[in-house]
Design a protein around this ligand. Structure first.
Ligand SMILES: [Zn+2]
Length: 263
């Protein structure tokens, strides 16, 4: 089906009602207007050809599911024809494929080994999997803040009462390499390092640029933040290559997959 659709130079039918669609080209003083208009009077869907895609910008069928999903979206000719044939956009395909890969990583069905050299000493039967440079380690610490009516008389001498209240404060501890093996998550900074046994991890909160990690042998939450996007894997979808860029969720799923295989 895809191959057939590739050959079309025009949108073949209305993506909203599947009706006949006409291609209209009007000359202007500068440039021209190119658009598609659905010939079904109850639909009258319009798509306008822009420089960077074809924009779905009008329909009378505003209750239509496809309209709700794609209105004001700019897609390629191939994608619109795909949608008109009951398919989905490339972005959705990519999203679906990503979810499938994440699920395989999380269950340990898919094991990624993206590096074989890491700056740490590996233990027996330990395999390196991923190294992310330039990662910041932040820690949440409870800080007691004093405020209130105390008056400083001289250095170290206060008169009156003051109340203290604890609140968490995030501090940048160090920057370094974050290394994932099939057994450990290791942070190597210039001043501080962390050696985390995957079995000791209680929870991971994923973010686009990092993870927040809680573990059983440490009181404070640790944040590993940086450009995770620098790492990626290539997925193939219908003969097209897509880069699955890393984020906190990919990292979380990889960690969970390895942890599930440990006793
Ligand atoms: Zn239509």
């Amino acid at each position: 089906m895809t191959e057939k659709i590739e050959k079309y130079k025009r949108i073949i039918k209305c993506p909203v009602c599947s009706g006949t669609i006409a291609y209209i080209e009007k000359k202007k003083i500068i440039g021209k207007i190119q658009k598609y208009v659905c010939q079904n009077n109850e639909c009258s869907t319009q798509l306008v050809v822009k420089k960077d895609g074809i924009l779905l910008n009008f329909t009378k069928k505003s209750d239509n599911e496809l309209w709700k999903k794609y209105h004001h979206k700019k897609l390629t000719l191939r994608e619109w024809n795909n949608i008109a044939e009951g398919g989905i956009s490339d972005k959705e395909k990519e999203e679906k494929a990503k979810m499938a890969v994440l699920e395989q990583l999380r269950t340990g069905e898919l094991v990624l080994q993206l590096t074989d050299e890491v700056p740490i000493i590996l233990k027996k039967n330990e395999a390196p999997c991923l190294m992310l440079p330039n990662i910041q380690l932040h820690e949440d610490r409870m800080v007691r803040q004093r405020y209130g009516g105390a008056v400083r008389l001289m250095k170290g001498v206060y008169v009156g009462t003051s109340r203290g209240e604890s609140h968490p404060e995030r501090r940048h501890v160090d920057t370094g390499d974050l290394i994932l093996t099939d057994k450990r998550l290791v942070f190597v900074g210039s001043r501080k390092s962390a050696d985390i046994d995957l079995r000791k991890i209680l929870s991971i909160e994923p973010y686009s640029d990092g993870i927040a990690l809680s573990r059983s042998n440490k009181k404070n939450v640790e944040w590993f933040i940086g450009n995770l996007n620098a790492a990626s894997i290539t997925m193939k979808i219908e003969d097209r290559d897509y880069d699955l860029r890393f984020d906190g969720l990919v990292l979380k799923c990889m960690i969970e997959g390895f942890a599930s295989k440990l006793d």
